[in-house]
Design a binder for this molecule. Structure first.
Ligand code: AMP
Ligand code: MG
Length: 333
């Protein structure tokens, strides 16, 4: 059973709700305008504001903590970014009264911690492209100890209350601990409590619902089609969705297979830990299986990236072997 009284789960339960509210408010009020980072990926007011709030809360709740998070404040501190920083600080000040631009930058840079024996990892807005497009996105937070994800949580602010992949709704919050199971609650429910998350029992590859990134540039569409064909999965059972929200869908039994194949434009891409830690644990704690594309366990002991892994393959469990065989048949050695 998921224990919500543990300090870590109680913390995630509170801070991820705060993150979801901020993301929704910023999207409604500021059209989620973005600037580009050095790697040409977008970052919005919400990415910065949420990282600042979670870092500040984390420091207050667990003073010795180390945080490894996606964003950094260097660009905000640069000349010409005063207006952007002012907007971020105004949103942060709604939940942390008196927050200044300088304090916000310092909180964001708490995320530059060194991944060691015990640290938290945060993606303030996973699926920034989805967030800007009106698609799915998530705030993902996880605690990693000695290379193992101990607990993880994810707010998916636009997911339907039943985690169905084909519609959107008022959002859900999913939490998991290693050996303690996974649960979720609709974000706008006051009396539902946490419901158990449990993967699908499907054992027939051809009936599997397959999830992939919405962004074609984050995967290999041609190889995905070959994998699906090899498994006998028709195109209408392939679902596109942004962010780790996919992992919540799968944990809730709404999909059976999830592939992160390597884009032909970036064959050496390695996953960032904050893009996988919370989602992978939630799937595993719901009874599913997560490996890389060769069947190796994800190795969270290598710093900010999963340098020992290529891509990610998650399944409900019974279909994992079939999925790996389809990958072996499709991917070049
Ligand atoms: P998704 O919406 O599932 O594709 O996941 C979004 C995440 O994909 C973002 O947080 C990015 O960090 C990550 N991403 C960015 N570029 C790539 C890429 N070339 N291949 C795979 N993932 C990427
Ligand atoms: Mg991300």
């Amino acid at each position: 059973m998921l224990d919500l009284t543990l300090p870590e789960t109680a913390f995630m339960n509170t801070v991820l709700r705060e993150a979801a509210q901020l993301a929704v408010a910023i999207q409604a009020e500021s059209a989620a305008s973005a600037m580009l980072k050095e790697d040409s990926t977008p970052v919005t007011v919400a990415d910065f504001a949420i990282q600042a709030v979670v870092a500040c809360r984390l420091r207050a709740a667990f003073p010795d903590t180390v945080l490894v998070a996606e964003e950094r404040a260097a660009t905000l501190r640069a000349a010409g970014q005063e207006e952007m920083l002012h907007r971020i600080a105004a949103f942060v000040a709604r939940v942390i009264p008196g927050a200044t631009g300088a304090a916000v930058c310092d909180w964001i840079d708490e995320g530059m911690g060194e991944p060691g024996d015990r640290f938290w990892t945060l993606d303030p807005i996973d699926g920034t492209k989805g967030y800007r497009r009106g698609g799915h996105y998530a705030t993902a937070l996880a605690l990693i100890e000695n290379g193992t994800v101990r607990c993880g949580g994810m707010a998916c602010p636009v997911m339907a209350a039943d985690c169905a992949a084909d519609k959107m709704g008022g959002g859900i919050l999913a939490l998991a601990t290693r050996n303690g199971g996974a649960g979720y609650t609709p974000l706008n429910a006051t009396d539902t409590g946490f419901l158990p998350l449990s993967v699908s029992a499907c054992t027939e590859p051809a009936r599997a619902r397959l999830m992939r990134s919405y962004e074609s540039g984050h995967t290999n569409v041609e190889e995905l089609e070959t994998v699906a064909a090899h498994l006998g999965i028709p195109p209408d059972q392939c679902v596109r969705m942004d962010s780790q929200a996919k992992y919540a869908c799968m944990a809730a039994g709404r999909a059976e297979l999830l592939f992160r194949l390597l884009s032909p434009a970036q064959p050496d891409y390695r996953e960032c830990i904050w893009d996988q830690a919370a989602g992978a644990l939630i799937i595993e704690a719901a009874g599913g299986k997560v490996t890389d594309l060769r069947g190796h366990p994800l190795d969270f002991s290598q710093g900010r990236k999963l340098t020992n892994n290529t891509g990610v393959f998650a399944s409900n469990g019974p279909l994992h072997e079939a999925g790996l065989r389809a990958l072996e048949h499709t991917l070049k050695p």
